[in-house]
Design a protein around this ligand. Structure first.
Ligand code: NGQ
Ligand code: ZN
Length: 458
């Protein structure tokens, strides 16, 4: 049993002083006692403590192309998601499993330093460059799980079913060759990934998008997942771009989210990634389903997706979490700031997404912690008995946090853009970041540098 002691901690009922946190051998919180004396053998946490946030959407390999797709194309102002995607396909064409492992470890170390405690890896880079499966079909999946274990980041790996290039079973393009599986092939990867999991790691399922799977494949894959783990999370990219909405209407007569809600068993296990373009019925439908909206505000801004109707969705009681997705930023605070700023810029109001009477940043943070844990399929996202002991110790020596207490700490972490919001990070009760530094940061950087050098010479 590990004993932690927090001078100040954010508990489900609010901020509390002198909180004793008992951590079980399984990495879960066994008991929380506010107003307690500090036991002699407790580790005294050196700042205000908040629950960790899980990063609910990641394509780890994209970390290494962040910034590389910003060259304005020949026709100024006409660059889009779709030619970004071509750049992305070109970038991934040369990646080896070793490269992916090195990129993932660098990313995971930096995400921990940024204050994330878990990740849902939406993993579709399955095969060799020529599209042939690796001799061990789960090779890539195992590299990503291994990188998470080495970094100490919690992970739910989501092997992605990607079978077609567009609605109605359109043939894939050559750039998509590394992604393709039928349902059986995908479950070979999922089975291998389950076998490769370290304690605490989890495997779920992702459907790349309604563009990439047929209705029959969707239901077959969900049934196959149910047969092995009927509570495992299911994620899908949906309605990110208006072109996808138009193509879905042309194919089915329904908008993508409406189609999904009508044709798939969407419930609390599901996480709808982006879900940017929604009508009022779809907003209400997702909220009522209990599914998490997987918002990736900095990537959505970077890719020119559009703005998720966050105010209406939260008013309808919808659950959400945040993802760093293409990894143009690596901080939950940045994602939440951009989420709220999108609303402020379009409504010309302030405090749009915060619950009345609470700090806007603090309120968004609490909800993103809960939604992130739900999307990863782990009990977590709050400092309470039974939850995984994923904690962030805020750095109250940062000038932006000095003199702040309670919700104002998280408001400052989200909106005042500290140089360093995060001092220490605990995952499953283990300290993985100390004084802002991950012990593997230098080794991960060296391996990452070598991988990028190889790629630039390949
Ligand atoms: C992806 N990324 O799979 O990496 C997608 C783009 C697509 C984001 N949507 C590709 N952010 O949707 O076809
Ligand atoms: Zn994505």
């Amino acid at each position: 049993m590990t004993l932690l002691f927090a001078p100040l901690a954010l508990l489900p009922n609010g901020w509390a002083e002198n909180v004793r946190i008992d951590v079980g051998a399984d990495g879960a919180i066994a008991a929380v006692a506010p107003g307690a004396p500090c036991p002699a053998d407790a580790l005294r946490l050196a700042g205000p403590v908040v629950p960790g946030v899980a990063d609910l959407h990641s394509h780890a390999f994209q970390r290494a192309m962040a910034g590389l797709a910003e060259r304005t194309g020949a026709v100024g102002g006409m660059d889009s998601f779709w030619n970004w995607r071509e750049t992305m396909y070109g970038f991934l064409a040369r990646l080896t499993p070793e490269d992916v492992g090195a990129i993932a470890e660098m990313l995971f170390v930096e995400l921990l330093e940024g204050g994330y405690t878990g990740i849902a890896e939406f993993h579709y880079l399955h095969h060799a460059p020529d599209g042939r499966p690796y001799p061990a079909r789960g090779e890539m999946a195992a590299r990503i799980l291994g990188a998470a274990a080495d970094a100490g980041l919690g992970i739910t790996l989501l092997p992605v079913l990607y079978a077609h290039g567009g609605f109605g079973g359109e043939p894939p393009t050559p750039g998509q060759a590394r992604f393709l599986n039928d349902v059986d092939g995908l479950f070979e990867i999922a089975t291998a990934a389950r076998a490769a999991c370290a304690p605490g790691q989890r495997v779920g399922l992702a459907l790349h998008s309604l563009r990439a799977v047929t209705p029959k494949e969707l239901s077959t894959a969900v049934a196959a997942l149910d047969a092995v783990d009927a509570s495992a999370p299911i994620h899908i990219h949906v309605a990110e771009q208006t072109a996808e909405v138009d193509a879905c209407l042309a194919w089915s007569g329904r908008r993508p989210v409406a189609w999904l809600l009508d044709n798939a068993p969407v419930d609390r296990r599901w996480c709808l990634i982006h879900a940017t373009h929604l009508d009022a019925d779809e907003v209400a439908g997702i909220a009522a389903s209990g599914a998490v909206a997987g918002l990736c505000p900095t990537t959505e801004a970077n890719l020119g997706d559009g703005l998720f109707p966050a105010e209406a969705f939260l008013a309808a009681g919808g659950a959400f979490g945040v993802g760093s997705d293409s990894h143009v930023t690596l901080s939950p605070f940045d994602e939440l700031r951009v989420l709220e700023y999108g609303q402020r810029l379009t409504t010309r109001r302030r405090g749009v997404l915060g619950a009345p009477g609470s700090g806007c940043g603090a309120d968004l943070y609490r909800r993103a912690a809960a939604g992130g844990a739900q999307a990863l399929g782990v009990a977590g996202g709050a400092i309470a008995a039974g939850m995984r002991c994923d904690l962030v110790v805020l750095d109250d020596d940062d000038s932006k946090l000095i003199g702040r207490s309670g919700d104002a700490l998280l408001d400052a972490a989200v909106f005042a853009t500290p140089n360093r919001a995060v001092r220490d990070v605990f995952v499953g009760g283990n300290r993985v970041v100390t004084e802002g530094r991950h012990p593997r940061a230098d080794a991960a950087r060296a391996a990452y540098r070598a991988a990028l050098k190889r790629l630039s010479e390949a």
